[in-house]
Design a protein around this ligand. Structure first.
Ligand code: NAD
Ligand code: LMR
Length: 338
């Protein structure tokens, strides 16, 4: 079964029942913030994933309806909705993967850091509950600002004595999804064959796509690479502006979140060579957290991969992002220890 499953590590096979769910281990996935703009389509996509046996949908309101709706889809997992803090423990207990899209999204004119004051507290309290009810789950942090919420989670887990750097992930998959889409358009190559690593963090210039390593090779001129880099860095803002006050990316984020959670589940199940970019504890640079390619395995992070060869433009981008990324990391650490 694992041999067959390994063929479907590619991101395009979401929900495809290409192998029997009976041969797959039981896996519980919890989504915190499941009734939100990301949470609802993400709940549906995780319901379509044959690696999930139990799907736990938690929010402060609205989850009974979302759970009833999604539960009618005729796929493997059993779905349960949980609402309000008193049900959070039950929602989390036994989870293998916890996905967190809880918190407020941006409006036009805001930076992700402007969300810190509200979302930092939400993430902190959810991570306290994770420490208590499912301390060995893999945590997929979507809530912004990811550059700060991941360090907050790490500090909360350290205080609870359960921190394992292999189990905490900032979800930066949407940056990769965007870089692949934009590159395929410019390079005029089939998007399903495209790979582009995106490193650094998840906000503005801290998002650093490595188009020099993009495949298939296209030898795009420098001005096009610069424009592609800027569009990838501003992808979130492009959606925020288009939604004109009605939030940020939800559908593409749900897709990206489902891809990343699927990769985590495959890693847990022992599928070899599952590699995705993620914002994790890292020694790739001098910064304590950094997004780069990560090999996923039975314990979460199996290996944080290095950056590879960078172009001069990427080297400059890397140096310019470090002060902002470090400040966001330190802000998260300080908040968690107040
Ligand atoms: P939304 O407002 O539509 O949904 C958020 C949900 O979180 C709501 O249902 C709300 O009830 C819930 N929530 C609030 N406090 C909670 C708590 N204490 N416990 C559980 N649930 C709680 O927002 P959205 O568009 O789904 O975005 C959610 C977050 O994801 C935002 O912070 C946004 O910036 C972030 N985001 C991240 C990425 C990324 O690439 N990492 C991409 C898009 C959005
Ligand atoms: C994104 O990249 O779409 C998210 O981080 C949401 C945002 O605020 O841009």
């Amino acid at each position: 079964a694992l041999k067959r499953a390994s063929r479907s590590t590619s991101s395009c096979h979401l929900g495809r029942r290409s192998y029997s769910s009976e041969s797959q281990p039981e896996r519980k996935v919890a989504i915190l913030g499941a009734a939100g703009g990301i949470g609802q389509p993400l709940s549906l996509l995780m319901k379509l994933n044959p690696l999930v046996s139990s799907l736990s949908l938690y929010d402060i309101a609205g989850t009974p309806g979302v759970a009833a709706d999604v539960s009618h889809v005729n796929t493997r997992s059993q779905v349960k909705g949980f609402v309000g803090e008193e049900q959070l423990g039950e929602a989390l207990e036994g989870s293998d993967v916890v996905i967190i899209p809880a918190g407020v999204p941006r409006k036009p004119g805001m930076t992700r850091d402007d969300l810190f004051n509200i979302n930092a507290g939400i993430v902190k309290s959810l991570c306290v509950a994770i420490s208590k009810y499912c301390p060995s789950a893999l945590v997929n942090m979507i809530s912004n600002p990811v550059n700060s919420t991941v360090p907050i989670a790490a500090e909360v887990f350290k205080k609870a004595g359960i921190y394992d750097e292999k189990r905490l992930f900032g979800v930066t998959t949407l940056d990769v999804v965007r870089a692949k889409t934009f590159y395929a358009g410019k390079a005029n190559v089939p998007v399903e064959n495209v790979n582009v690593p995106v490193v650094g963090g998840h906000a503005g210039i801290t998002i650093l796509p490595l188009f020099s390593q993009a495949t298939p090779k296209a030898n795009l001129p420098n001005d096009e690479i610069k424009a592609l880099t800027k569009r990838t860095q501003d992808g979130g803002t492009e959606v925020v502006e288009a939604k004109a006050g009605k939030g940020s990316a939800t559908l593409s984020m749900a897709y990206a979140g489902a891809l990343f959670a699927d990769a985590c589940l495959k890693g847990l199940n022992g599928v070899p060579d599952v590699v995705e970019c993620s914002f994790v504890q890292s020694t790739v640079t001098e910064l304590p957290f950094f997004a780069s390619k990560v090999r996923l395995g039975k314990n979460g992070v199996e290996e944080v991969l290095g950056l590879g060869a960078l172009s001069d433009f990427e080297k400059e981008g890397l140096e310019s992002l470090k002060p902002e990324l470090l400040a966001s990391i330190q802000k998260g650490i300080k908040f968690a220890n107040q």
